[in-house]
Ligand binder design. Sequence first.
Ligand code: NAP
Length: 294
Amino acid sequence: MAAIVIDGKAVAAKVKEDAKARAAGLREGGIIPCLAVLLVGEDPASLSYVSAKEQALAEAGMASKDIRLPREITEEELIARIAGFNADPAIHGILVQLPLPGHIREDAVIAAIDPAKDVDGFHPVSAGNLLLGRPGFIPCTPAGVVFLLRELGIPTAGAHAVVVGRSNIVGRPLANLLTRRDINATVTICHTGTVDLARHVREADILIAAAGKPALITAEMVREGAAVIDVGVNRVADPQAKKGYRLRGDVDFGPVAEKAAYITPVPGGVGPLTIAMLLQNVVDACRRQTSVCP
Ligand code: NAP
């Protein structure tokens, strides 16, 4: 079998168009959805993520407030900046680009964001709402993965989904989402403590790799006809490439594509969906704060 290669950009384009139309509706009422983006330091990968998000917001007719802060900023100073945005009615969402320098506690910074403006969905209130099945912000990458499955008509009800990775931003929230009644998958979560990863992965109807380990998932591990969603984005040295590296997912793409029914490429798979879902969360945040219905 040769897999259908999922065009994440095309799916994301539809989501972005929808966010753009909803933002236009708000603008007609004189409201411009605005996201404050805080970047600490000058990590090149973070810089490129931040500019991609800001560009997508602009293309969707939304505003962003770009806050670049020195690496030496203290945790207290960063939290004070967040408090300012929490109190500012013209700012509807707050995004702190991770990772933060080691002297700043990420948990404390995320907890300082007003949950009503937590468009990344990382705040404990958002995580709790997701766990309890209540409305709230859903982290963008897990939301994007679920949207992709739905959009492609990949059956989830009763399917066995195996999620490799248990981070708070991808693996855990995704596993949670997949067990919601409207999705109804049976979920196995794997991590570095899992004994015999291959045995678990082989049982997946839907495999989601979010480990951050290039080509961790090989063809021998994948069940014939599985849907394979590769969240991993890994920089792998490549002297031939312009930048000296290329991006690789967590899945050994070529051989796995021979066995799977569906597969997402890296880049061009899940990544575009993550940004598209952020746009939706910013519009949602703006609508709720300006009482333009939930
Ligand atoms: P993370 O915080 O480093 O978490 C990685 C998870 O994978 C951990 O739970 C870890 O287990 C598990 N893991 C690592 N090696 C493993 C192995 N050999 N076997 C089984 N489990 C293993 O990473 P993350 O933030 O979740 O991100 C995961 C990947 O997705 C990264 O490549 C990241 O760049 C990418 N990502 C992509 C997007 C996108 O938009 N496409 C968005 C976010 C992240 P332990 O808990 O036991 O350590």
